[in-house]
Each structure stands twice: as structure tokens, then as C-alpha cells.
Design a protein around this ligand. Structure first.
Ligand SMILES: Cc1cc2nc3c(=O)[nH]c(=O)nc-3n(C[C@H](O)[C@H](O)[C@H](O)COP(=O)(O)OP(=O)(O)OC[C@H]3O[C@@H](n4cnc5c(N)ncnc54)[C@H](O)[C@@H]3O)c2cc1C
Length: 400
């Protein structure tokens, strides 16, 4: 079983509560999201009334403890939500789940005051949040940022420019990383800190909106901090230990990106299968040709493997097992690359109709490519898998 211990390490732990939740999310997606897919593609905007519907249904509170205004629920529920929403409209999932890139670090590292002031409004849907780490000069290299926080009498003064920030134009609150001590070449990850910044703080500017190929409806923006005064009580976690805050957040959130990819792959599979049974060529359905049937079967195999890896990572996270770091990187990498491959195959199975924007097929490819990049590009995940493996070996797990 190396590097795992025994067969029990491969549970996924889904139960009837998870299935009932899945059915209710499916209903929401079919009722509210399916009808607006092409409108969102065209306008590149998600209608506010649909966002309000999600808030009213309590979807902003899933996975957030009830004591902080949330609905409770575990990582498996969040995974189900991400998968089901992304099967229909992945950008809506991104918009909703980016809240967790703000809330989760506060729940783990924040003070009780920070939780009641900032987590509660996000959980209850009164506010929306964003996570500002990436910069024009540093994405994968979290420690390479150049935004600074300078000590002032009452707190900190932030200066810098963040790039590709999802929800920036809608968000009320940001969690932002900044350098608080000079980088030491031997330990560059030290000396970063994370802060809660309100959009209303003087000097916060929402800059250029990126025109990225996919996730139409939720395009990221630049966020610029010009001498932004942040009170001392908005420091999240310990001073100079912000690197840990940021990467711990991604350990959890990349499972949701794996789930997003499973949702896109599911949509691709359904489209490919349906088209192959309905479309005729040479007087027969496409599916009657082995070349097409083999492709459909391969897609199903890889879809279910992705789903199992993702549910497994979520279960390990829910079970507080340290192996979840590795499992979440495995699930993210495998599922996102599967979704990209399946989206491409689905286009080919549709022939010309596959590249006609009006059929809604090619958007799957544009959306899936992004999942291989954000929340830690896949090559970074491969590094994480290998480093986790080395850590497991150093804990005396034997090859058997
Ligand atoms: C639609 C969208 C939304 C986003 N939303 C947010 C957000 O809300 N908040 C936020 O902070 N960021 C966000 N991002 C940014 C995203 O997280 C980064 O784009 C991502 O982390 C990659 O960073 P980068 O673009 O700087 O690429 P780079 O870090 O420059 O990497 C470029 C390539 O080099 C590879 N690479 C880099 N280092 C290594 C290495 N050591 N070994 C092997 N390969 C390596 C990478 O895998 C990648 O393929 C978003 C991005 C997109 C596209």
C-alpha cells in the first residue's frame, strides 16, 4: 500500500445526508443556472438576482460552522456543491467558493473578533469576500510578492498591486498578503503577513478587469493598495507567518477546484454521450462506431477516477488526516487535466458543432484550462505530491 497504510485509507465516507444535499443543489442548478448559461457567456456577467437566490438558499454558509453564521456541513458537502454547480456554470461556483479563501483562514488563524465581524456577514450572504495573494510578479511563488505592510502607530500601511483577484469588483472584504519583514534568501517564506482589508478603506482601488478565456461571468481584477491604513486587529495569524496562512488555505481549497473539474468533466461526458447517440453519420448513430464508443468509455473511466480521488481527498480532510495534503494535490491535478482532456474530446465528438460558440460545448475547454492553473498550477501540485511523499517516508512508513 506504500505510501499509505491500509485499505481503510481509501474510504470516501459519503452518506445519505450528502446525497440529499446533492439533490437539492442539482435542483437549484437546473432551475436557476441552466437557463442563464448562454446569457452569462454573452454578457460576461452573472445576474444579481441569481446570486441573491443562492444567498437566500444559504449556499454562502455551507461548510462554515453555525456559531459563525454558517449552515455547518463538511468538506464533502462543499465538494458536492462545487461539482454540481460547475456541471452547469463553473464561474458561479468560483464566485461562491472564493468566499472560502477568505473565511477558512479566518476560522483557522483568526481571532474571535475577526470571526464575528467578518466571517458572519460572509456566511449569511450579507457580504462577499476575496483573496488577494497573486501579483504581476509572483503567483506560484507565494513568497515572491512585493506588496509591503509598514508599521504605523495604529496598525499597518499597505502598498502594492495584486493581480487576477476573483470577486474583486463585488467583494466587501479581502484577505491580502504583504511582506512585513525583509526576505532572507535562506527562508524567503518567512516575513510575510496576512491582513483583512475592507474595500471601503481609503486607498483600495479596483483596477483593470482581466479578459480571461473562460469562467465568463466572473472575471478577475487587479487590486491596488495605495497607502491603505489597516488596523492592528486586522492582522490574521501571527506576524511574519502569513505564508502558512496562505498555503494552508490552498491545501483545503484546491479540493474544491478538483470538484469543479469533476463537474466540468461530468458535463462534457453527458454532452458527448448524448450527441453520440443522437447524431448520425453514414446512416448510423456516431456511438455505433468503435472509434467513438472507445472514446466515450475512456471518458467515463477517467471521470469516475477523478470523482473518487476528489471525494477521497475531501474525506481525508474531514477526517483531519495529514495525508490530505497529498491527496488534494493528486485530486486537483488529475481531475483538472481529465476535465481539459474530456472537454477537448467532447468538442471533437461534436465536429463543427463543437467549435460553434452557440452550442455551449467549447466553453467547457475554456473553463477547464483555468482549473489547471489557479489555486496552484498543476506543476506546483506535482511538487507538493513529491514533497508530501518524502515527508511520509521520513515518518518511517516502509515500502511494502
Ligand atoms: C481566472 C483566474 C482567477 C484567479 N483568482 C485568483 C484569486 O482570487 N486570488 C489570487 O490570489 N490569485 C488568483 N489567481 C491567480 C492564480 O492563482 C495564479 O495564476 C497561479 O497561482 C499561477 O501563478 P502565475 O500566473 O503567476 O504563474 P507562474 O507562477 O508564473 O507560473 C507559470 C508556469 O510556470 C510553472 N512553474 C512555476 N514555478 C514552477 C516550479 N517551481 N516548478 C515547475 N513549474 C513551475 C507553473 O506551473 C506555470 O505553468 C487567478 C487566476 C486566474 C487565471
Amino acid at each position: 500500500m506504500f505510501p499509505f497504510g491500509d485499505v481503510n485509507d481509501f474510504n470516501i465516507g459519503m452518506n445519505q445526508e450528502h446525497e440529499l444535499f446533492r439533490k437539492s443543489i442539482r435542483q437549484f442548478c437546473e432551475d436557476k443556472l441552466s437557463p442563464i448559461i448562454m446569457e452569462v457567456e454573452r454578457t460576461n456577467d452573472i445576474p444579481q438576482n441569481v446570486i441573491d437566490d443562492a444567498k437566500n438558499l444559504g449556499l454562502t454558509g455551507i461548510g462554515i460552522p453555525q456559531e459563525y453564521g454558517g449552515q455547518g456541513g463538511d468538506m464533502r458537502m462543499l465538494v458536492i456543491m462545487s461539482e454540481e454547480i460547475s456541471r452547469v456554470l463553473p464561474s458561479f461556483g468560483t464566485m461562491l467558493l472564493v468566499n472560502h479563501l477568505f473565511v477558512d483562514p479566518l476560522i483557522v488563524f483568526g481571532t474571535e473578533d475577526q470571526k464575528s465581524k467578518y466571517v458572519v456577514p460572509v456566511a449569511t450572504g450579507k457580504a462577499l469576500a476575496a483573496h488577494a495573494s497573486t501579483e504581476p510578479g509572483a503567483g506560484s511563488d507565494v513568497a515572491g510578492i512585493s506588496t509591503t505592510a509598514r508599521k504605523s502607530e495604529s496598525g499597518w500601511v499597505l502598498n502594492g498591486r495584486k493581480a487576477f483577484i476573483t470577486n474583486a469588483d463585488r467583494a466587501d472584504f479581502f484577505i491580502a498578503s504583504a511582506r512585513t519583514s525583509p526576505a532572507n534568501p535562506q527562508s524567503r517564506w518567512k516575513g510575510l503577513s496576512t491582513f483583512i482589508v475592507e474595500k471601503g478603506f481609503s486607498g483600495v482601488e479596483i483596477g483593470h478587469k482581466f479578459d480571461v478565456i473562460g469562467l465568463r461571468g466572473e472575471q478577475p481584477n487587479e487590486v491596488i493598495f495605495n497607502d491603505v491604513a489597516v488596523p492592528e486587529e486586522n492582522l490574521v495569524g501571527k506576524l511574519d507567518e502569513g505564508f502558512k496562512v496562505v498555503v494552508t488555505t490552498y491545501d483545503y481549497s484546491r479540493i474544491l477546484i478538483a470538484a469543479q473539474a469533476v463537474g466540468i468533466a461530468q458535463a462534457a461526458f453527458e454532452m458527448a454521450f448524448n450527441y453520440s447517440t443522437q447524431r448520425k453519420a453514414f446512416e448510423k448513430p456516431l456511438a455505433s462506431f468503435e472509434g467513438i464508443a472507445f472514446k466515450i468509455s475512456d471518458m467515463l473511466m477517467e471521470l469516475e477516477a477523478s470523482r473518487l480521488l476528489t471525494y477521497w481527498a475531501a474525506y481525508l480532510a474531514d477526517s483531519k488526516r495529514p495525508e490530505f495534503y497529498m491527496a488534494s494535490s493528486i485530486a486537483k491535478t488529475y481531475s483538472t487535466e481529465t476535465a481539459e482532456k474530456m472537454a477537448s474530446l467532447t468538442i471533437k465528438i461534436h465536429g463543427g458543432a463543437g467549435v460553434d460558440r452557440d452550442t455551449g460545448v467549447e466553453r467547457l475547454l475554456r473553463d477547464s484550462v483555468i482549473t489547471t492553473i489557479y489555486e496552484g498550477a498543476n506543476d506546483i501540485q506535482r511538487l507538493t505530491v513529491f514533497r508530501s511523499l518524502l515527508r511520509m517516508i521520513s515518518k518511517n512508513l516502509e515500502v511494502s
